[in-house]
Design a protein around this ligand. Structure first.
Ligand SMILES: [Zn+2]
Length: 142
């Protein structure tokens, strides 16, 4: 795993462990985006960390369901988070609504490997890679 992604993942797991209902769910949802990056890159993490993020992530998604405004960005973030939750649970994530529609440039793939620019954007890029043999092959040699 790239160092940037390792750091971002550790921070996301720490946020998840500290997450209590009523907190801003955004950092936990972004952590679920990173779970998609891990899935796309085959990076290994501890099962315990995955459970911590999955548990907090499910609660963060529920909290968002109860939230008032549901703008487009909000729906996008939640769709990525839901796919990340599926990936953590070993279910095939639903990628159609969230994957970047075009092949990302090499620079974006490299950013994704470090969890940049943020967990949700990296997760959207990872969703593309998960559904694209060409980009998955490009990553395999990166
Ligand atoms: Zn592609």
């Amino acid at each position: 795993m790239h160092e940037g992604l390792r750091i971002a993942w550790r921070e996301a797991v720490a946020q998840a462990r500290g997450y209590v209902d009523g907190d801003d769910p955004e950092p936990v949802l972004a952590g679920l985006g990173l779970a998609l990056v891990l899935s796309a890159t085959g990076a290994q993490t501890s099962a315990e960390e995955g459970r911590a993020l999955g548990s907090a992530g499910a609660r963060a998604l529920l909290a968002g369901d109860a939230g008032a405004e549901q703008d487009e960005d909000h729906g996008w973030a939640r769709a990525i988070a839901r796919a990340g939750l599926d990936a953590l649970a070993g279910r095939p994530p639903s990628l159609e609504a969230i994957a970047d529609p075009v092949h990302p440039p090499a620079g974006r793939l490299i950013d994704m490997l470090d969890g940049r620019p943020d967990g949700l954007s990296a997760g959207a890029c990872a969703a593309h890679v998960l559904g694209c043999a060409r980009c998955a092959a490009a990553l395999a040699v990166a």
